[in-house]
Design a binder for this molecule. Structure first.
Ligand code: SUG
Length: 440
């Protein structure tokens, strides 16, 4: 078994971060629509979370923001002329589209790709499939730039298989790692990949959208050469989606042998756990930690984002650490649950709270902000080093953010053509700092 560790690649929050109210079924996004955002504070909060992990001894990577506004989207909709003319016309005639073109949603890196570490794949390479995010217009345009970013970081084809997004059709709706959990005994050993989908291809559902199909999950498992005996497909509970769990990672997180989830997360909890146990036989003994509805109502789980936490094997600690948003501490039922949980002798021994409020107000907690990539030492050294962080690089990025990002932005400000050049200047400086100028 090779040694490997979990590397978190966080999405760096971009200069156009705003509250567009664009994600039906995401209660925070709907609630905060039109509010003033603070892109500078948002990016600094994200970078401080990364700093915390770097200081603790984790290997931490970063994904740069995508080019915004997305002029390709506006041109596809028939707008033309200079940049300023396009923006002015779109602001008047199609403000919703301008909002979509400006969305900073690539910050939620858990939706950038689905990742299978080399220990699980038939060809011994680490596979990443960019996510089509086809359900929401503002997210459906991320994947060409995301694929380009992934190719720049995971360039070595002998070690990495980067796949473009699945077809952009409702039958292939895919939201990436947010609906995928990898369980194992040790990061470097073979594991079980659990894919969670909300509907079958061709099935129409009423109410909030189910953003992942079983067909999409199965297609990715095939492309990644996963062994069917060690791969599980489970259906997300309709009740969870209706309560606002638009991704499985709003009600479930897992790492190593531990699966931490809400009672209402899966359509059939018993069958899901039995399938994971079967798939993991001889590899690890599953430790399920189920949070009962009677202790934490699913509504509290969603407003507090208890499960949208990073579950980490913290250097020097025996039990896992849950890196949870402050909102989990501020919600009585979840704070109490966490206190009881760490006082017991289960697999999660500590909860640490972080401030990512700017992202949280659009429905993105600590877990949404990172893409987990389990990597061997050789894989880490053959990946692009410019995106691997130390504190000096975090300082440099914070410097750029403080110099180039606005500290207030309302959806109406998107009509200001000056914002487009500010976004370009900021992104170019960030790419340069990450030695990714080829993406300009
Ligand atoms: O896709 N919010 C994102 C939040 C994604 C959270 N990711 C995970 N759970 N992994 C979404 O709904 C809101 C944007 C706006 O309304 O301006 C938004 O896209």
């Amino acid at each position: 078994m090779s040694t490997a560790r979990e590397v978190n690649f966080d999405g760096l929050i971009g200069p156009s971060h705003n509250y567009g109210g664009m994600s039906a079924g995401n209660l925070a996004s709907a609630k905060n629509e039109g509010d003033l955002s603070n892109p500078r504070e948002a990016a600094l909060q994200g970078l401080e979370k990364m700093r915390l992990l770097v200081r603790a001894g984790f290997t931490q990577g970063i994904l740069p923001p995508l080019p915004r506004p997305n002029f390709d989207l506006l041109v596809s909709a028939g707008f033309g002329g200079s940049d300023a003319e396009i923006i002015e016309a779109a602001a008047k005639q199609a403000p919703q589209l301008l909002k979509a073109a400006y969305s900073a949603s690539s910050m939620w890196a858990a939706n950038a790709a689905t990742v299978s570490p080399s220990a699980d794949t038939g060809d011994g390479r680490l596979h990443l499939t960019a996510t089509n995010l086809s359900t929401m217009l503002h997210r459906s345009t991320e994947h060409p730039d995301t694929t380009a970013t992934l190719l720049s970081i995971f360039e070595d084809e002998g070690r990495f298989g980067v796949h473009g997004a699945l077809p952009a059709h409702a039958d292939f709706a895919d939201e990436g790692a947010a609906n995928h959990v990898r369980l194992c005994g040790e990061h470097g050993g073979p594991g079980v990949e659990l894919f969670v989908y909300g509907r079958e291809a061709g099935e129409s559902t009423v109410g909030f959208p189910a953003r992942q199909t079983r067909l999409a999950s199965e297609s990715i498992a095939r492309a990644h050469h996963l062994a069917p005996d060690h791969t599980v497909f489970a259906r997300q509970a309709r009740a969870a989606i209706e309560a606002g769990a638009f991704h499985n990672d709003v009600v479930c997180v897992g790492t190593l042998d531990t699966l931490f989830f809400h009672e209402l997360a899966f359509e059939d909890t018993k069958a899901t756990l039995a399938a994971v146990r079967r798939a993991g036989e001889g590899r690890f003994e599953l430790k399920p930690v189920m949070v009962p509805q009677a202790e934490v109502p699913v509504e509290d789980a969603i407003t507090s984002y208890l499960f949208n936490s990073q579950l980490l094997q913290w250097p020097g600690e025996d039990r896992l650490v849950l890196l949870a948003p402050m909102e989990t501490q501020e919600t009585e039922s979840t704070r109490r649950f966490c206190e009881r949980m760490v006082a017991g002798n289960g697999p999660i021994g500590r909860v640490q709270y972080v401030d990512v409020r700017q992202s949280m107000r659009n429905g993105g907690g600590p877990a949404c902000l990172r893409l987990r990539v389990v990597m061997t030492d050789e894989e880490i050294s053959s990946a692009h080093q410019g995106v691997m962080l130390d504190e000096a690089k975090i300082d440099a990025l914070q410097d750029i953010v403080s110099r180039t990002y606005r500290d207030r932005l309302s959806p109406a400000d998107l009509a200001d053509p000056a914002l487009a050049s500010e976004c370009r200047i900021a992104r170019e400086a960030l790419l340069e700092a990450l030695d990714l100028s080829g993406l300009i």
